[in-house]
Ligand binder design. Structure first.
Ligand SMILES: [Fe+2]
Length: 557
């Protein structure tokens, strides 16, 4: 059976993947191909890339599975909230809900553009409940037979948080908290209040939090202690007349790009703290209900690596799998497997050990791009060794190899690398390349075997999605990847999974005695991670990177 999984909601992160007989072949987010960050358009480029990778005509696809309910249920839930006063009835809110409904209804929630663009399709169309698709994207790829599965995001059609029990290849639904009782909404509202983009810049709040102190009272907006938590959305979002409880309680919202005050840092601290407690309460409830010691997480809130790290460190769970594409791009992965649950069927169990599901480019294609743009380059016989030498000499290096990562993290395929020993390196990379906020930490890639020497709870972390505390005696050894609170967001790299990147780190370790690399995504601020050699070259020459190793070729400035 051949299935296409698709995320298309017109909200954010459109994506597609292709699965053959239960085996994921390829997955990509539309933003990487269209170059529009968080692209919410119909993912025509991503679907075409899936078909191209599998070398298949669309006629051979059996099922096209969307990771959302059709338009009707989403709109009905919105109308119910307006009618019961749980969401402010304003002209703008009603207009947005109705426009979204009419647009999705007109498009048959994606089936119409699919048929129009991909002529000759004979597939059946399927609409998978959004949280079920998230839950499948975690459980089916976790490798545990028995697991508590927790989904936390902004919203599905009606869902905001849900708990499932995965057992024997099946998923049993246990509990749903409906939108707007939503942790994603809670975090997004404060992200906006602090002058950042909601549903996009939550990282910035998480990074800012350790600079703040306790003392801000968020009890009007959330009760994180109950099992499960409660979000008081009416106070959080204000009323239809534009009254903002947040502004009257916490002062004027911060203007984007303006100074960060102590009050802003303290708000970030309180928001992150409440979110961690609330996530912990949901996880605890899920473990009690399922009596499992294995945990799967998905949904955008599960990208909160700080909270994930605390869940691991709490000792509540034995094994954790966080879907690396935890946000909505990842629902494509779950939706594509939904047909396997038909007729009381069982899901295929294919543990996901890496995130390299995207397109790749061979040396011939890279060389052709270099020649087209008349860029001086050198062919290398040992790119990993040269990379390690450049890094140990303090160079900031673009590293473009193999299949692109699926999900928000760069994991050694489309990465910018640097020496983590230099305490100034985060400032240098920020000024030269990323141009991002001073407080946002950079992450380290470790040789898997070396991680316990540097980290207090060295849980296997191939996806950079949970934080750990750096051992106090090692904080001065890798200062540029140690956050102000002593934490780091590690990637543990296995030789078997990514031999090229592993060898680079290993060679760097032989030269410096520190088998750790600073790894950040290969993109400029506000742009999607690079996809093609052309994207990489353009980014390289628009930044202060010193060198680029792309396939077997070295480009230097
Ligand atoms: Fe979602």
């Amino acid at each position: 059976m051949l299935t296409l999984g698709i995320n298309y909601s017109q909200m954010h992160d459109s994506s597609a993947c292709i699965v053959r007989d239960g085996e994921l072949l390829f997955a990509v987010a539309e933003e990487r191909l269209s170059r529009l960050k968080h692209d919410a358009h119909f993912p025509r480029l991503a679907i075409q890339a899936c078909l191209d990778f599998a070398k298949l005509p669309v006629a051979q696809i059996d099922e096209v599975c969307f990771g959302w309910q059709p338009a009707g249920p989403v709109y009905r839930h919105d109308l119910r909230l307006y009618a019961t006063g749980r969401w402010p009835v304003s002209y703008l809110n009603l207009l947005n809900s109705s426009r979204h409904f009419l647009s999705m209804w007109h498009q048959e929630s994606g089936a119409a553009p699919f048929r129009r663009i991909f002529t000759g399709a004979r597939a059946r169309f399927r609409y998978v409940d959004h949280h079920l698709a998230h839950a499948l994207s975690a459980y089916a790829y976790c490798g545990f037979d028995d697991a508590a599965v927790v989904v936390m995001d902004g919203r599905g059609a009606w869902e905001a948080t849900s708990i499932w029990h995965g057992r024997g290849g099946r998923l049993e639904h246990l509990l749903t908290l409906n939108w707007p009782d939503s942790l994603g909404l809670f975090y997004a509202e404060f992200t906006g209040f602090l002058g950042f983009a909601p549903n996009s810049d939550e990282w910035k709040v998480m990074g800012l939090a350790p600079y703040g102190q306790a003392g801000i009272d968020l009890s009007p907006y959330i009760n994180p202690h109950d099992a499960p938590y409660r979000v008081f959305s009416r106070k959080l979002v204000g009323d239809s007349a534009g009254y903002s409880h947040l502004a009257s309680h916490l002062g004027t919202p911060r203007e984007a790009e303006s100074e960060i005050s102590d009050q802003h840092k303290n708000i970030a601290f309180a928001v992150q703290d409440a979110c961690e407690m609330a996530m912990m309460s949901v996880v605890k409830l899920a473990l009690e209900k399922t009596k499992s010691r294995n945990l799967c997480l998905a949904g955008g809130v599960a990208l909160n690596s700080k909270a994930n790290g605390k869940i691991v460190a709490s000792g509540m769970v034995q094994n954790v799998f966080v879907q690396p594409a935890a946000s909505d791009d990842g629902v494509a992965l779950g939706a594509a497997l939904a047909p396997y649950l038909d007729a009381n069927g069982r899901l295929p169990s294919r543990p996901m050990r890496h995130a390299y599901w995207g397109p790749s480019f061979d040396d011939q294609t890279v060389e052709s791009a270099l020649r087209t743009y008349k860029i001086r380059h050198t062919k290398l016989s040992d790119p990993e060794l040269v990379a390690a030498q450049l890094l140990s000499a303090g160079k900031i290096l673009g590293w473009f190899q193999g299949r692109m990562e699926f999900g928000p993290r760069a994991l050694g395929s489309r990465s910018i690398l640097a020496d983590p020993r230099d305490p100034e390196m985060n400032v240098k990379v920020n000024n030269a390349v990323k141009f991002r906020e001073w407080w946002r930490p950079f992450a380290p890639s470790f040789k898997k075997e070396a991680a316990p020497e540097y980290l207090e709870s060295a849980y296997d972390s191939p996806f950079m999605i949970l934080t750990a505390q750096v051992r106090p005696e090692k904080r001065s050894v890798i200062p540029s990847v140690t956050h102000v609170d002593g934490s780091a967001r590690p990637q543990t790299v296995e030789h078997e999974i990514n031999p090229l990147y592993y060898r680079l780190i290993d060679e760097f370790g032989k030269i410096t005695g520190v088998p750790v690399i600073m790894n950040t995504s290969f993109n400029l601020r506000g742009e999607a991670i690079v996809h093609t050699p052309t994207d990489a070259l353009r980014t390289f020459f628009s930044s202060g990177m010193d060198a680029l190793i792309i396939g077997s070729f070295l480009v230097e400035k």
